[in-house]
Design a protein around this ligand. Structure first.
Ligand code: GLN
Ligand code: ZN
Length: 758
């Protein structure tokens, strides 16, 4: 059995690339020095893969920032304004990724978007009317030769022409059709040149195929590949798909002249059915993505071998592969020093997944594989109790009733009751929760972790910060206050650390974009809450003011979406567990006199399935219920807020209203007046606070600017339902600009009220 890896994490074992790149950005090292670090990383991981006997080792999966950007640059898709900066190649590249401000000019970065259903972000290529798509880059050649020099044969990986064109933005009058011929030429030339270099295999990544594909798209795909594949000579082409199945293109694609097709058997729930239904062509190799590239749990060898055998029995030539690039998992468990062996043995990060491929390569050829120790030990992992279970939690989940998802009385009645209860002015002002996490706040937390101060000292310091924060908000004249979230490092990590069932890693970083990496916590077992997590802070904050103080929680869907989930229970079940824990916290806050509670679902939209048909059945149906479970037990007087980081919910607006919160705040940056229209059309019932200024920039908005925004909002939103707030937490902002911005926001709200009351 041969094995293949789609891609490997490129940040390095200990994020070496991140640190080197950031040094380069700060002018502390030269481009040459950065390149040396990069070369070491590439060499190191090729050798790791060679040691694991991987047959199809990727090259050109390395990137200084992002693979889509690399592909754009490879084919000369560089907007004029970046070319005109006249920078070196690498600096032009970074200018596209991060913007440039200096002697040579002032240009913003290209847009960045979420890469399918992952937390990785790609740079959106921009094609202008006079962009000339042609092969100009050299990386695939360079990296192939570099590995070859080391005695390692690799398959260069390139984002395929279809996905590239579908992800690109066309900024002029032309569209995809105007660029198809040049794209075909450019990719054909790439094949030609690689073939001349002696390359055996090339991998074209076409993940766009896992979306709902239209007829036009299919025609486009066929047209491009018929042409590109017609001209290839000695080189073999692997069409690689991932993040789902390719149900609407499978039949077509298997008829094209690809030499191999890579399919995802982990997220592709229709993959096996497609093979059953349409068969798999005898003249092609099937790369079966059975080793999960997105999650960190050990592969179940028994299941994997049984699928491999099923495929082999159909007479298919199978290569075992990862389900997607390993970019989406951390580098190695070897970096973890605090977790016990008994815990770590359940995890496979990128390096360990290579080991799994190596194990399976051998096992799949053995007749008596079930007697092999490697197999036996693997099997044990799945039968053994990993102390993850909690019968009380299971019992509670079992006892959830349909009525637990419904808060009574209904929204309209609650709205009336709450208007009386709070007696807030029209257009009430509030913030999203966090206030600037200044150096002293972080130092206080670090000191506690290092044992340099006592728990009591830590608490006293935060109380002082809270008192200052409350005083500041009162001084500014905000209506609904927050405590500032000084005790939180991160909105998910904080709750993970306070809930039972979660575990944390030290170095399990995953690239989110460019040099930014995140360290998602791991859902290890049944989740429960054994103590209140936020009550003391909120109660203290409320004691300092007569204005309502919002209790501040992270919602269960967001907590789950930003973690590595379990695989032994469903996402829904896990979400319900977290929801019950948050529900207890909500009721605890309420019992302790907190009358407004915000449950943030910043990442709710993030895991929306790629196919529309799956939106409700696979996700929203339970995700919305999960949220409702957290607040259905509250009194009518208690006001439930929620916050979402994006306003991209025009298409799921009913579901958002169905969360049945009393107020929702969200990011309503520039272009999103469209959303306001759709709120109106859909008779959105929930009160709304579309952020009136952008907190992602240090700029202080003027009163007039905010008034303009408010005017526009009040045209579309019932004034009785409109709140005034920034568009996200203020954690990353400086103290001075925060105060200035909030002062302007409150002034604007007051002026707006006056005008409105006239
Ligand atoms: N309450 C959180 C904060 O203000 C929300 C953060 C977020 O939406 N990302 O920081
Ligand atoms: Zn936000």
């Amino acid at each position: 059995m041969k094995t293949s890896v789609i891609g490997f994490p490129r940040v390095g074992k200990l994020r070496e690339l991140k640190f080197a790149t950031e040094k380069y950005f700060r002018n502390e090292i030269t481009a040459q020095q950065l390149e040396e670090t990069a070369e070491d990383i590439r060499k190191y991981q090729w050798n790791l893969q060679k040691e694991s006997n991987i047959d199809y080792i990727p090259s050109n999966d390395f990137s200084f920032y992002d693979l889509v950007l690399d592909t754009a640059v490879l084919f000369n898709i560089v907007p004029k304004e970046y070319k005109e900066l006249n920078l070196s190649d690498i600096d032009t590249y970074f200018a596209m990724a991060r913007g440039y401000q200096g002697e040579n000019g002032d240009v913003k970065a290209l847009a960045m978007k979420k890469w399918f259903n992952t937390n990785y972000h790609y740079i959106v290529p921009e094609i202008e009317d006079d962009t000339e798509i042609k092969l100009v880059g050299t990386n695939p050649f360079k990296y192939y030769s570099e590995a070859k020099k080391d005695g390692i044969e690799t398959k260069p990986v390139v984002v395929g022409p279809f996905t590239l064109l579908k992800l690109a933005r066309f900024t002029g009058n032309k569209s995809v059709d105007d660029f198809v011929d040049d794209t075909i030429k450019a990719y054909s030339e790439l094949l030609n040149e690689l073939s001349k270099l002696g390359v055996n295999w090339i991998q074209f990544d076409e993940p766009f195929l896992v979306h709902d594909i239209t007829k036009e798209d299919l025609t486009l795909f066929d047209k491009i590949y018929n042409a590109v594949l017609a001209k290839k000579e000695n080189i073999k082409v692997l069409l690689q798909t991932y993040f789902g199945d390719i149900r609407d293109s499978y039949e077509n694609i298997t008829k094209l002249k690809f030499d191999a097709i890579g399919l995802d058997f982990i997220e592709g729930k229709e993959t096996l059915n497609l093979i059953e239904k349409y068969g798999f062509p005898k003249d092609k190799i099937l790369l079966a993505g059975l080793v999960n590239g997105k999650n960190i749990w050990r592969n179940n060898y028994e299941k994997t071998i049984s699928t491999l055998n099923l495929l082999k029995n159909k007479g298919i030539e199978v290569v075992l592969s990862t389900s997607c690039s390993l970019l989406h998992v951390p580098f190695t468990v070897e970096n973890e020093t605090k977790l016990s062996k008994d815990v770590l043995k359940h995890f496979a990060f990128a390096v360990e997944k290579l080991g799994e491929l190596a194990d399976l390569k051998v096992l799949a050829e053995e007749i008596n594989f079930t007697e092999d120790n490697v197999f036996v030990n693997n099997k044990k992992l799945f039968s053994e109790d990993r102390n993850a279970l909690n019968s009380e939690v299971a019992e509670r989940i079992k006892n959830i009733k349909e009525s637990d998802f419904t808060r009574l009385p209904a929204f309209e009645e609650r709205e009336k009751i709450q208007k009386k209860e709070f007696n807030l002015p029209i257009f009430p002002t509030t913030t999203i929760g966090s206030f600037p996490q200044t150096a002293d706040v972080k130092a206080n937390r670090t000191a506690l972790k290092k044992g340099e101060i006592t728990e009591q000292e830590y608490i006293e310091f935060n109380k002082k910060k809270i008192a200052e924060c409350v005083a500041l908000q009162e001084e500014i004249g905000i209506d609904v206050l927050v405590h500032g979230e000084y005790e939180r490092n991160d909105m998910v990590e904080y709750f993970g650390e306070n809930l039972d069932g979660y575990i944390f890693t030290e170095k399990a970083w995953v690239q989110s974009y460019g040099t930014r990496c995140v360290k998602p916590p791991i859902v290890w077992g049944d989740i429960s809450r054994n103590k209140s997590m936020t009550v003391d802070w909120s109660v203290y904050a409320q004691s300092l003011t007569n204005k309502p103080m919002k209790g501040m929680l992270t919602g269960p869907v967001t907590i789950l979406n930003w973690s590595f989930p379990r695989e032994d229970i469903s996402l829904k079940e896990c979400a319900y567990q977290i929801a019950l824990a948050i529900r207890d916290e909500v009721l605890d806050l309420e019992k302790n006199g907190i009358k407004i509670i915000q449950i943030d679902e910043a990442a709710l939209r993030e895991k929306l399935p790629l196919r529309k048909a799956d939106w409700y059945s696979e996700y929203l149906d339970w995700a919305i219920k999960t949220f409702r479970l957290t607040h259905s037990g509250t009194k009518a007087e208690t006001q439930i807020h929620t916050h979402m980081c994006y306003s991209e919910f025009t298409d799921i607006i009913k579901a958002i209203d169905d969360m049945d919160a009393d107020v929702i705040t969200f990011e309503a940056s520039r272009s999103d007046l469209l959303l306001l229209d759709s709120l109106k059309e859909n008779n959105f019932k929930t009160e709304v606070g579309p952020g009136v200024y952008d907190i992602h920039s240090p700029r202080v908005p003027s009163v007039d600017e905010i008034l303009t925004v408010l005017n526009k909002m009040a045209e579309k939103i019932n004034p009785e339902k409109l709140w005034v707030n920034p568009d996200c937490g203020l954690k990353t902002r400086g103290v001075v600009e925060t105060k200035a911005s909030l002062i302007n926001m409150v002034k604007a709200a007051k002026q707006f009220r006056e005008k409105f009351n006239k």
